[in-house]
Write a protein that binds this ligand. Structure first.
Ligand code: IFM
Length: 455
């Protein structure tokens, strides 16, 4: 923390033309459950499962952004954002996931896009931020290859309506988290506990990314396509047993980072033998030509960064996974959600990507970074967090990483998945009883930062 709450926290200048933004996602803010013909998503179903979400919270109302988006765009304009990253709720547009299009759902995004453009803010939609139509889940969800085809069709529908005004698109948000939390461990929707049998959900999401990229490029001249991967630098403790821990670290890096980065940048999968997968055992999943679709050139890599992961050799008795997770030894400050605050992990991550992928690394966008802090308007801890992480981005840029934008998570307090409304990530506090929006100190700090970086 800086000594005084009023003392401005200095941040180095990012390159000219750098895009300053904020991010949200449909299920976390929109509310308006069932409005205007919206279909059911896997999150609508999951939140009703007893014990799935803390205190039984749901996204039924959330920030009621569906009805209050004008007020929210006015806040963004006040902030001086260059761009706003939001997500499009698939079952609002295609209630059954495929087939009949619901025009009222598209109308909402149409109004939002127009309001953003009217405020001088670039709309940056994400097509999939975890709210899969329940009807598709009933057919196997992302374990079913057909879902990738349906995703490509959804991308085409969205592009046809919005592509005259929206040129930059994100296909998937954090496919690692959706695969592992949703299909592996069951702590997110759809709540399946398949452990390593969840891995086909990685390939099918990536294939969906490829189909969506093709559909966007076919429908939108000059479309720019990104994917938002949440990546983590993998670290070892000082008491690491060299070989066993290094092997575990490499296995974790493969699962969390390379499984989602290699196919989109190198058109190949990393060695997955630590997970019992060989080229022949994945034959039924990965078909000829898939990696060409997935590995088509990317216009940008979105990175969501929160913290490094400390890894050890697997626990005894073995968990079935080729790694164990450890706590850092260093006394890092923790956010309200308990995550260690490690800004230099972001520089390490970005320079590591550059070292690993070289010329195959497209321009990088920080599509999410932020922290949950206690409720209240005086959030110096968030200001310090943002200042340190933006500084880490500037350091990576100084080391030659081509970073084009930074989007903080999040504009508003919102529904934080299994944590319900207990975590607050917003620059703007939301009173969920009254829907009153109150900008925090960090909002004013970010506003000044953006203005000064422009000046
Ligand atoms: O709220 C989430 C977001 O939906 C995806 N990335 C991480 C955020 C904080 O947990």
């Amino acid at each position: 923390m800086s000594d005084s709450a009023s003392e401005p926290t200095p941040v180095p200048r990012l390159p000219a033309g750098f895009i300053w933004g904020a991010s949200t996602a449909a299920y976390q803010i929109e509310g308006a459950d069932g409005a205007d013909g919206k279909g059911v998503s896997i999150w609508d179903t999951f939140v009703r499962r007893p014990g799935a979400v803390r205190d039984g919270h749901t996204g039924e109302v959330a920030c009621d952004h569906y009805h209050r988006f004008s007020e929210d765009v006015a806040l963004m304009r006040r902030l001086g954002l260059d761009a706003y990253r939001f997500s499009i709720c698939w079952p609002r547009v295609l209630p059954a996931g495929a087939g009949r299009v619901e025009p009222r759902g598209l109308d909402f995004y149409d109004r939002l896009v127009d309001a953003l453009l009217g405020a001088g803010i670039e709309p940056l939609p994400t097509l999939f931020h975890w709210d899969l139509p329940q009807a598709l889940e009933d057919d196997g969800g992302w374990l079913n290859r057909e879902t990738a085809c349906r995703f490509g069709e959804f991308a085409a529908v969205a592009a046809e309506r919005l592509g005259d005004r929206v040129k930059r698109w994100i296909t998937l948000n954090e496919p690692f988290v959706h695969m592992s939390f949703g299909y592996g461990f069951g702590i997110h929707a759809p709540g399946r506990t398949l452990m390593l049998d969840a891995l086909p959900a990685a390939h099918h999401q990536l294939l969906g990314h490829g189909y969506a990229a093709s559909a966007l490029r076919a429908a939108v001249p000059g479309a720019q396509v990104l994917i938002a991967n949440n990546c983590t630098p993998v670290r070892l403790r000082s008491d690491a047993r060299r070989d066993a821990d290094l092997t575990a670290a490499s296995a974790y890096d493969t699962l969390h980072n390379r499984l989602f980065n290699d196919p989109v940048m190198l058109a190949s999968y990393p060695d997955l033998s630590a997970y019992g997968i060989s080229a022949s055992s994945w034959e039924g999943v990965v078909r000829d030509g898939d990696l060409t679709v997935i590995g088509q050139p990317l216009d940008g890599l979105g990175i969501n960064y929160y913290n490094p992961t400390w890894v050890t050799a697997p626990a005894d008795p073995p968990s079935g996974l080729p790694f164990g997770l450890a706590e850092p030894e260093e006394p890092y400050r923790r956010t309200l959600s308990g995550w260690p605050v490690v800004p230099d992990g972001l520089t390490e991550l970005l320079t590591g990507l550059k070292a690993r992928y070289g010329d195959a690394l497209p321009p990088v966008w920080i599509t999410e970074n932020g922290c949950s802090e206690p409720a209240g308007l005086q959030d110096q801890a968030r200001i310090d967090y943002l200042a340190a992480h933006i500084t880490a981005v500037a350091e990576a840029a100084d080391h030659g990483v081509d970073v084009r934008g930074y989007f903080t998570w999040s504009l508003l307090d919102n529904f934080e998945w299994a944590e319900g409304y207990h975590q607050r990530f917003g620059l703007v506090e939301v009173d969920f009883a009254t829907q009153l929006r109150s900008p925090r100190a960090s909002f004013e700090w970010y506003r000044q930062l953006i203005a000064s970086q422009r000046g």
